[in-house]
Design a binder for this molecule. Structure first.
Ligand code: ADP
Ligand code: MG
Length: 264
């Protein structure tokens, strides 16, 4: 890494605030002879929207999996709010306040949009039947507020399976917000969403960040999208972190351009 880049790393990290929500320290994950994630250091501070990009197979989803406990790291540490959560079981990390939105949909199609939202807010040991029959007033009003905010207010009682793909993505997004996570990880939120809804999604993510103080760490393939939504971006290639910076810095980084053109 050049000195200029080191300085930009340092300045962007210190500028964006004191509270680190997520930090990885040399996280490494191997699959047999392949090092999918190679001693990666990243930091996400409270209130930030941070992007994670890189060519196919770069190790982005694997890094997410090591953070959420879906996979055990072979080496390195993961810290949430300064607590060492390395290789904790997934449910325990979720309870520590990490939400994760997946590429594939996790909605219950036969259930109404609202019931999906209520379920998303439940604690591990809640009685699900009772939660759905007699939901808490505060959860209902939270669900209404979130539905309004992504312009799905009229669809609360519709079976979620009847929504368009884009509307289902938005539902999953607010399902994650129901639980008020300290950090929300999103794996390719723009994937498969039609262009007219992309601008809305950017606006919703930004509003969640500003109004709900949601801290967001997102993997994204769509460059225009990530450049517009992220405050700061990390780039992985072949498991290694090759760059960090503002969208402007990343777009003009020769190493990043080379990695995307397969010249690394
Ligand atoms: P990205 O999300 O950046 O496209 P991945 O993290 O999915 O990349 O994959 C990184 C590398 O690890 C790829 O070479 C992929 O084939 C490999 N990989 C991912 N998951 C597994 C697994 N469960 N077993 C073996 N290899 C894997
Ligand atoms: Mg992936």
């Amino acid at each position: 890494m050049s000195d200029t880049m080191k300085n930009s790393v340092r300045s962007s990290v210190t500028q964006s605030g004191d509270q680190t929500v997520l930090r990885t320290d040399d996280v490494t994950k191997k699959f047999g002879g392949l090092t999918a994630v190679d001693a990666v250091n990243i930091e996400v501070n409270k209130g930030e929207i941070v992007g994670l990009i890189g060519p196919n197979g770069a190790g982005k989803s694997t890094l997410f999996n090591c953070i959420t406990g879906a996979l055990d790291a072979d080496d390195g540490r993961v810290y949430l709010q300064d607590e060492d959560v390395t290789n904790w079981p997934e449910y325990k990390i979720a309870r520590a306040g990490i939400g994760r939105m997946f590429q594939e949909t996790r909605i219950f199609g036969a259930m109404s949009v609202r019931k999906n939202l209520l379920l998303a807010a439940q604690e591990g040991d809640a009685n699900i039947g009772r939660l759905l029959r007699r939901p808490d007033e505060s959860l209902i009003s939270r669900s209404e507020e979130l539905l309004e905010y992504v312009d799905l207010g009229g669809l609360a009682e519709t079976p979620a399976g009847q929504l368009s793909f884009g509307q289902q993505k938005l539902t999953e997004f607010i399902m994650e917000l129901m639980a008020e996570p300290n950090l929300l990880l999103m794996d390719e939120p723009a994937g498969g969403i039609n262009p007219s809804m992309l601008e809305n999604l950017i606006e919703y993510i930004r509003t969640a960040n500003e109004d709900e103080e949601a801290t967001i760490f997102l993997i994204e393939h769509n460059m225009d999208f990530v450049m517009e939504v992220a405050d700061r971006i990390y780039v992985l290639a072949h498991g290694e972190r090759i760059a960090e910076g503002t969208p402007d810095e990343i777009q003009n980084n020769q190493r990043v351009l080379d990695a995307y053109l397969g010249r690394e």
